[in-house]
Design a binder for this molecule. Structure first.
Ligand code: IMP
Length: 223
């Protein structure tokens, strides 16, 4: 019998497969202290038998995010948390990518205005975004999220999953939910900005949700 077969020789079901892999992961450190992310991620990973612990609860300081790509930053954060705690670690890195701005603000989404000498705030970031897009008719954009899961700090085979949530940037903000660029991020199929969506709807369809579902599928495959 190989390790992909159950005692009766049948191939394992998806949930058996996930549990086979995740049972060995058990507790996983989340390389973030964002309460919203913890809730979102914990809800889905709990179903796969993974217990998420925010890194702050284990006294892990925030890692630097010096790289120009999401995947490098996510991996760096996951390795940092795994190294300090000795536990498997999950990290995410995300941002808004605007086609007419060649992917900006991208990994610099949280500090977009700051890079131009402004304050670090959502309002200043949004103001810079709209100003940069003034002369551009192409308003296509997407939110992007990379998740990186390492079993230990030297894991040579981290699990990586990406989520892309397409929309377009509008000039006049709409909606009061969400955060960051959400009032300017319009979803034509839903005829709403991300800030107009019920938070539960956003959390089920966002770049983070897409990436997380892919990560769960990868865990199943790897089992
Ligand atoms: P983080 O990786 O979640 O810290 O996000 C980095 C930055 O990307 C945030 O500070 C926001 O500017 C932007 N961002 C990422 N996800 C979202 C989102 O769902 N809505 C709005 N802005 C987002």
């Amino acid at each position: 019998m190989n390790d992909r077969q159950s005692a009766d020789g049948a191939a394992p079901s998806a949930s058996e497969a996930v549990n086979g892999m995740t049972a060995s992961l058990g507790k996983v450190v989340l390389a973030s202290n964002n309460a919203g992310k913890l809730r979102e991620f914990a809800a889905l990973l709990d179903a796969a038998g993974i217990e998420l612990i925010p890194q702050g609860a284990l006294n892990v300081p925030e890692a630097e995010e010096p790289y120009p790509t999401f995947v490098e930053n996510a991996l760096t954060k996951a390795r940092h948390a795994a190294k300090i705690t000795g536990l498997p670690a999950l990290a995410d890195d995300s941002g808004l990518c605007v086609r007419a701005l060649r992917g900006a603000p991208g990994v610099y989404s949280a500090r977009y205005a700051q890079l131009a000498g402004g304050p670090k705030s959502d309002a200043a970031n949004n103001a810079r975004l709209i100003e940069q897009l003034q002369d551009h008719a192409d308003r296509r954009a997407y939110y992007f999220c990379v998740l990186a899961l390492v079993r230990h700090a030297e894991d040579p085979e981290p699990l990586i999953a990406e989520g892309r949530w397409p929309g377009e940037i509008i000039d006049v903000p709409r909606g009061a939910h969400g955060f960051g660029y959400d009032p300017y991020f319009f979803l034509p199929e839903l005829n709403a900005t991300a800030a107009e969506l019920d938070p539960a709807v956003k959390n089920a369809s966002s770049h983070r949700a897409i990436a997380l579902r892919k990560l769960l599928a990868r865990l199943t495959e790897e089992a």
